[in-house]
Ligand binder design. Structure first.
Ligand code: SAH
Length: 363
C-alpha cells in the first residue's frame, strides 16, 4: 500500500485507528500542541479572527470552522478573547470538523459554556453559505502523505517511483519498498516544482488531502468572502527527504513500531501549498514563522498583562512564551500561512499576500 494509505489507516481507522480511539494530547498523552502550552496562543488568535471579521466589513453572520480542534482548548481561548467584541459574538456560528468521536466528546465538554452556537460538521461543504473563517492548528501535519523517490533523474517526472509499505519476506514486520513502475502522469503533475532539481534517490512528499482542501477553499472563496489560517511545522520551501515520524509519550519511535497506537505526522511543505494556491488562483500569503506571527499579534503584550495580573506566575508565563516563540523551540520550526478570497487586504500577522489573478501583491 502507499504511505498515504498506511498513514490514513493508522490514524483514522474507526476501530483501530489512533485518533478515533483516544485523547492523545497533553503532558500525559503522546504530544503537546501550542494551545495546550498556553492560553495566550488561542487568545491572540481570537483577536486575529475578530480582525478578519472587520476586514470582511463586519457581516451580520460569520461562520468559523476549525479543522481538527483537538480538545477544544484553542477554540475556548479564542472565544473568551473575542467576547471583548459583543457584535462579533452575536454574528458568530462555530463549526467543528473532527474525525475522532473521542475528541468530539472532549470538545463538547470544553465548550459547553460557549458564548456562540457550536455544531459539528463532516466537511467544509456542510457549512452554510456566508462569510467564513477557517482555522487549523497542527491539522495539516496529520493528513496522509505520499512519498516518491527519484530513480532516474534524466527521466525527469517519469523517473519518480512511489514509496510503498509492504510486509517483509518471511516475517510479519512492515517495511518500505518502492513501486517498480514509475509514477502515473497524473500523480507526476502533483509534485512540487522543486522536483526538477532532484538527484537520484531524493525523496519528495505530496499531501493529496491538503490539495483537496485547498480546492474546496478556493471554490468557496470564489463565491463568498473567506479566509483560512493554518499553523504547522515545516519548511517555507520544498525540501527533499523522508519526514514521516511517529511519536509516543513525547518520544520519537519507529513508524512501524506500533501501527494505530502512535501519532504519525509529516512536515508540512509550505512552498508546495503556495504553489497549489497559485495554480488555483487563490490569494495566499508567504508563510511567516510562528514567532513572527504571534509577535505581530501582540503575544508579548498579552504575556506581560497576564504576569501583571498574577505576579507569582511570571516565570511560568515567560517559559510558556519561550516555548511558543523561542528560536530553538516552536518559534522558527512552525509557520503560519493564510489563503483568502480575492479583494481582502493583507491579513494581520503576515508580510505579503500574492494575488495571481491581478498579477500583483500587496504588502
Ligand atoms: N488543533 C488541536 C489538535 C491537533 S491534533 C491542537 O492544536 O491542540 C490533530 C487533530 O486533527 C485531532 O483533533 C485529530 O483528531 C484531528 N484530525 C486528524 N485527521 C483529521 C481529519 N482527516 N479530519 C478531521 N480531523 C482530523
Amino acid at each position: 500500500m502507499s504511505v498515504a494509505e498506511y498513514m490514513g489507516l493508522c490514524l483514522l481507522d474507526p476501530k483501530d485507528g489512533y485518533y478515533p480511539t483516544r485523547d492523545p494530547l497533553g503532558s500525559d498523552g503522546d504530544f503537546i500542541t501550542a494551545p495546550e502550552i498556553s492560553q495566550m496562543f488561542g487568545e491572540v488568535l481570537g483577536l486575529w479572527m475578530v480582525q478578519c471579521w472587520k476586514d470582511m466589513g463586519q457581516p451580520e453572520t460569520i461562520h468559523l470552522a476549525e479543522l481538527g480542534p483537538g480538545r477544544g482548548i484553542m477554540m475556548s481561548d479564542m472565544l473568551r478573547a473575542a467576547k471583548l467584541v459583543p457584535d462579533f459574538i452575536k454574528a458568530l456560528y462555530v463549526h467543528l470538523i473532527e474525525a475522532s468521536p473521542a475528541l468530539e466528546a472532549v470538545q463538547g465538554q470544553t465548550l459547553k459554556d460557549s458564548p456562540a452556537p457550536i455544531s459539528w460538521a463532516q466537511t467544509l461543504s456542510d457549512i452554510p453559505d456566508g462569510p467564513l473563517i477557517v482555522i487549523g492548528n497542527e491539522y495539516l501535519d496529520c493528513l496522509p502523505i505520499r512519498q516518491f523517490i527519484q530513480k532516474d533523474r534524466f527521466a525527469g517526472r517519469a523517473g519518480w517511483h512511489e514509496r510503498l509499505v509492504t510486509v517483509e519476506k518471511n516475517a510479519d514486520d512492515l517495511t518500505f519498498a518502492f513501486a517498480l513502475e514509475p509514477i502515473s502522469t497524473l500523480a507526476a503533475q502533483t509534485l512540487p516544482s522543486a522536483q526538477s532539481k532532484a538527484k537520484n534517490d531524493d525523496l519528495v512528499e505530496t499531501c493529496p488531502s491538503a490539495h483537496q482542501l485547498l480546492d474546496q477553499l478556493s471554490d468557496r472563496f470564489e463565491r463568498q468572502p473567506g479566509r483560512a489560517l493554518f499553523i504547522d511545522y515545516g519548511p517555507e520551501t520544498t525540501e527533499f527527504g523522508d519526514t514521516l515520524q511517529a511519536l509516543k509519550r513525547h518520544e520519537k519511535v519507529g513508524v512501524f513500531s506500533d501501527p494505530g497506537n502512535t501519532d504519525l505526522t509529516a512536515r508540512v511543505d509550505f512552498g508546495a501549498l503556495n504553489e497549489i494556491a497559485a495554480g488555483l488562483n487563490m490569494p495566499t500569503t508567504t508563510p511567516v514563522t510562528q514567532r513572527e506571527f504571534l509577535s505581530k499579534l501582540g503575544i508579548e503584550m498579552r504575556a506581560a498583562a497576564l504576569a501583571r495580573a498574577k505576579p507569582e506566575s511570571k516565570p511560568k508565563i515567560a517559559r510558556q512564551l519561550e516555548r511558543l516563540t523561542g528560536e530553538s523551540q516552536m518559534g522558527e520550526l512552525f509557520k503560519a500561512i493564510c489563503f483568502q478570497s480575492q479583494g481582502l487586504d493583507l491579513p494581520l500577522g503576515f508580510r505579503k499576500v500574492t494575488s495571481i489573478q491581478d498579477g500583483d501583491s500587496n504588502a
